[in-house]
Design a protein around this ligand. Structure first.
Ligand code: ISJ
Length: 252
C-alpha cells in the first residue's frame, strides 16, 4: 500500500536489498586488512594528549566534518559520537518528514560498534599489522556506517508497517507489549530469503574475476557463510529491535 509520503513496504525492502551490496562490498574491502589491535585499544593511543582509541578519534572527527556539511540532517544517518557535533552549515533539506519525531531519540550505534569490533571483525580478518592504520580505520568506518544505516532503516520499515495495519499495532503499542510487536513485524520467510541472498551475493561479489575462467577459481575474498550468520544473528535482530523501539514511541 502506498502512503502519502510515497513509501511502500516494497520500496523500503528494495532499499534494504541495495544496502546489502554496500555492506558486502565494504566487508570485502575490509577483509584485505588484518585486525590491528592497537587501533581499537584506548590504552595504545599514539596521539599525545588525546584519549580514546585511534579508531574512535578518526570516527569522531570524520563525523564532525560530515555533520558540518549536513550528513545528519537525514533521518537514516546516525552518528557514533552524537554528542557535541557541530551544527550543520547546510540549510535544512526539504524532504518531507516521514518518521514520527520520536525517531530521533533512537540510536543503537554503541551496540553496532561493539558487535562490529568484537564479533564481526574476527570472522573476516585475523590479527596482524599493516603500516597505514588510518586506511584500515577508514575502511572500518565505511563498514560501520553501512551497517548503521541498514539497521536504523528499521524506523522506516516500522513506520510503513504501522501505517499499513495501525489497528493491529495500536493495541500492542498502548500495552507496551514488546513481544506482541515483535511477532507482528516479523516475516520469517523474508528473513530466510535475505540470508540466502546475502550468502549468494558474497560468493558473486567476492569471486576472482579473470579472463580465462568466468566462474573464477572458487576462491572468495570473504567467506560467504559469514554473511547469513552476520544477518541472522545481528543485522536482522538489531533492525527488528529498532522497529520495536520506534513502534513503542509511535503514538507518543
Ligand atoms: C525489515 C523487515 O522486518 C523484519 C526484519 C527483516 C530484516 O531485517 O531483513 C526481515 C523481515 C522481518 O522479519 C521486513 O519485513 O522487511
Amino acid at each position: 500500500m502506498a502512503h502519502s509520503d510515497g513509501l511502500t513496504l516494497e520500496s523500503i525492502r528494495n532499499s534494504l536489498i541495495r544496502q546489502e551490496d554496500t555492506i558486502i562490498f565494504s566487508l570485502i574491502e575490509r577483509a584485505k586488512y588484518p585486525i590491528i589491535p592497537q587501533l581499537y585499544d584506548s590504552r595504545c593511543s599514539v596521539l599525545p594528549g588525546i584519549s580514546g582509541s585511534l579508531l574512535e578519534n578518526i570516527v569522531r572527527e570524520t563525523e564532525a566534518i560530515q555533520a558540518k556539511y549536513g550528513r545528519y540532517q537525514f533521518p537514516e544517518e546516525h552518528a557514533f559520537f552524537p554528542d557535541n557535533l557541530p551544527d550543520s552549515l547546510v540549510p535544512p533539506n526539504s524532504h518531507p518528514q516521514v518518521l514520527h519525531p520520536a525517531a530521533a531519540s533512537i540510536n543503537i550505534n554503541k551496540t553496532i560498534w561493539d558487535m562490529y569490533i568484537n564479533k564481526l571483525l574476527p570472522l573476516i580478518a585475523s590479527k596482524g599489522d599493516y603500516e597505514n592504520h588510518t586506511c584500515v580505520a577508514a575502511s572500518d568506518l565505511e563498514c560501520l556506517q553501512a551497517l548503521s544505516r541498514r539497521i536504523h532503516y528499521g524506523k522506516f520499515v516500522a513506520e510503513v508497517k504501522f501505517k499499513d495495519a495501525s489497528e493491529e499495532y495500536s493495541p500492542a503499542i498502548q500495552a507496551k507489549d514488546r513481544d506482541a510487536l515483535m511477532k507482528l513485524l516479523t516475516f520469517e520467510s523474508v528473513e530466510e530469503m535475505v540470508k540466502k541472498r546475502v550468502e549468494k551475493k558474497a560468493k558473486v561479489f567476492g569471486q576472482e574475476v579473470n579472463l580465462t575462467n568466468d566462474a573464477g577459481n572458487g576462491k572468495c575474498k570473504i567467506d560467504p557463510s559469514v554473511l547469513p550468520c552476520l544477518y541472522g544473528e545481528w543485522v536482522m535482530p538489531l533492525t527488528k529491535h529498532v522497529e520495536v523501539e520506534y513502534l513503542l514511541r509511535r503514538l507518543d
